[in-house]
Design a protein around this ligand. Structure first.
Ligand SMILES: Cc1cc2nc3c(=O)[nH]c(=O)nc-3n(C[C@H](O)[C@H](O)[C@H](O)COP(=O)(O)OP(=O)(O)OC[C@H]3O[C@@H](n4cnc5c(N)ncnc54)[C@H](O)[C@@H]3O)c2cc1C
Length: 506
């Protein structure tokens, strides 16, 4: 195997905010309203009236209350254009006091609220189903403090993940999470979805790295758990209630997060592999050979790479193979890390686990390799109507669902991609069909969830339950667990105004 030197090539990854705007289709092809598409009955919340709008305008100022239909459109449609609500008002509070006053008013007036961060969620949780008021955290984007010694960052919920990371890099620190939507998603949205991402393998999930949360309950009460300590066992760990609860228990307003030191030595290997068994063997070998310096182990099948190359015009630096693996190492000693990686790559060559590959150390050459992997969820949207399944499976069964779905769907599917965070057991199965079709969806759901459940997997590895999956949550949660979740919801939001129709089955 020759480890080719990669040519510099142009990155054509479209910035997310632009992409959202560009990808809003003309009026005739806007997504159908979720209420009709999924046959949902409106709950008995009050309708928004002019007097309510006046209250919000007095509180926030007119410019922070959007009511114009054209301005509301992008807040009513989710990123993959599966879901569409018909909210008449978007509110953009500036601070916790605003959020508290809005929620108190909504609770008193029985008005439903849909919290929204960067609107990059993939399960329809971030957009209204009916006319829920959208509470956007866009205006709450201040960094409050950074302790360079402990690495603790405190900021408001509306800070964009990439902006936080850029700020930290100036102080030799980094965010403990990274995902393809980093240019648009908010840290409050990340926390509310317990986002995983590309380096969970190394830095763990947000239940570990988030040290504190400030959140506002449905009745407007501010719950201040914004501690910055790494150790604090004083009673119940309430912050965890808000991590991953998708805006159903409270609105996250501030966050404190433990940030690792920036690695001075980053290497990326991009490898072509013959079959999935070899991908697993490669993972095992990478764990034992690279140990503590491995920060990502991602895989993509041929169909996934084809979609980024075709639609985003990226270049494949190593040629066509059935499977691709991206391995990143991050450490503090360049010669030690590259020695380890070279030794590992030599082993993979001598054992024929890898057919071809490239290994890069320069940031400008690493970026286009990551773009190939990060661009997949975006590129497949060009194929048509996309159904996204984000499941955890035991590693030995990780890829098994992809050929099954290809067999089941045949020519009904434009393309089926399997890619994901293999180190976390999380595969993304993206199925593009020509257009929305209940008949085709019935061939996939609930089959894919039953399959996952039978293998003791999770029907949602990292995207959450949102609006699209409450009917399938029972495949991963027992009745007793669901009962306790409902009790918590009733305790914290007795009128159910926060993100109704989401997470809990009705
Ligand atoms: C290209 C692409 C790649 C992605 N890759 C990954 C990945 O690798 N890993 C992963 O986990 N996810 C991934 N996602 C999904 C998504 O980006 C994450 O779920 C992200 O954390 C959502 O953040 P957001 O600010 O966009 O939240 P939104 O989409 O706005 O909201 C998501 C949910 O959180 C709630 N919410 C938002 N803000 C708040 C708040 N302040 N308080 C309470 N509730 C709130 C919303 O009501 C909604 O239910 C990806 C998405 C895209 C488009």
């Amino acid at each position: 195997m020759a480890l080719q030197a990669i040519k510099t090539f142009e990155i054509r990854l479209i910035p997310f905010k632009n992409f959202i705007k560009h990808s809003i289709r003309p009026l005739s092809s806007l997504p159908e309203f979720s209420k009709n598409k999924y046959n949902v009955k409106r709950k008995s919340f009050n309708l928004i009236e002019d007097a309510h709008v006046s209250f919000f305008q007095n509180l926030l100022g007119k410019e922070r209350v959007l009511t114009d239909e054209s301005e509301l459109l992008s807040y009513n449609i989710d990123w993959i254009k599966n879901c569409r609500g018909e909210s008449r008002v978007v509110l953009k509070p500036k601070c916790t006091e605003h959020v508290s006053a809005i929620l108190k008013f909504c609770n008193d007036n029985n008005l439903a609220v849909c919290p929204q961060g960067g609107n990059t969620g993939l399960v329809g949780g971030s957009v209204p189903v009916f006319d829920e008021i959208v509470l956007s955290t866009e205006g709450m984007n201040n960094i409050i403090s950074l302790d360079e010694i402990s690495g603790v960052l405190v900021c408001e919920a509306g800070c964009i993940l990439e902006n936080l990371d850029n700020h930290l890099r100036e102080h030799n620190l980094m965010m403990p999470l990274d995902l393809g939507a980093k240019g648009s998603c908010h840290i409050g949205g990340n926390i509310s979805t317990n986002a995983g991402g590309l380096r969970l393998l190394r830095y763990g999930n947000l239940h570990g790295s988030v040290l504190g949360v400030e959140a506002v309950k449905a009745d407007g009460e501010v719950i201040d758990c914004l501690g910055t300590l790494k150790k604090d066992n004083t009673g119940y760990h309430l912050k965890h209630l808000f991590i991953g609860s998708e805006g159903t228990l409270g609105i996250v307003t501030k966050v404190s997060i433990n940030c690792p030191t920036l690695s001075s030595s980053i290497n990326v290997a991009f490898l072509g592999v013959e079959n999935f068994d070899n991908v697993l063997k490669l993972y095992q070998l990478a764990k034992s050979s690279l140990g503590e310096i491995m920060s990502a182990f991602e895989m993509a099948d041929a169909a996934s790479l084809e979609t980024t190359i075709e639609h985003l015009k990226l270049q494949n630096p190593i040629g066509d193979y059935p499977f691709y693996v991206l391995i990143e190492t991050s450490g503090s000693n360049e010669s030690h890390d590259s020695e380890k990686l070279t030794e590992f790559l030599e082993k993979t060559m001598s054992s024929n686990l890898v057919l071809n590959g490239t290994y890069q150390t320069e940031p400008s050459r690493i970026k286009p390799i990551w773009a190939l992997r990060e661009g997949i969820p975006q590129a497949i949207l060009y194929d048509g109507y996309v159904l996204k399944y984000d499941i955890s499976l035991p590693l030995k069964d990780y890829y098994s669902i992809v050929p099954i779905m290809r067999e089941k769907l045949g020519s009904d599917a434009v393309r089926i991609c399997g890619y994901g965070h293999i180190g976390d057991g999380n595969i993304h199965v993206n199925i593009a069909i020509k257009e929305f079709s209940q008949e085709i969806i019935k061939k996939i759901e609930p089959y894919i969830y039953e399959y996952t459940s039978n293998l003791k997997g999770s029907v949602s590895a990292e995207h959450g339950i949102g609006f699209r999956k409450p009917n399938y949550i029972h495949y991963s949660k027992s009745n007793a667990c669901l009962g306790l979740m409902k009790s918590l919801k009733n305790l914290m939001d007795p009128k159910g105004i926060l993100n109704p129709y989401k997470v809990l089955p009705s």
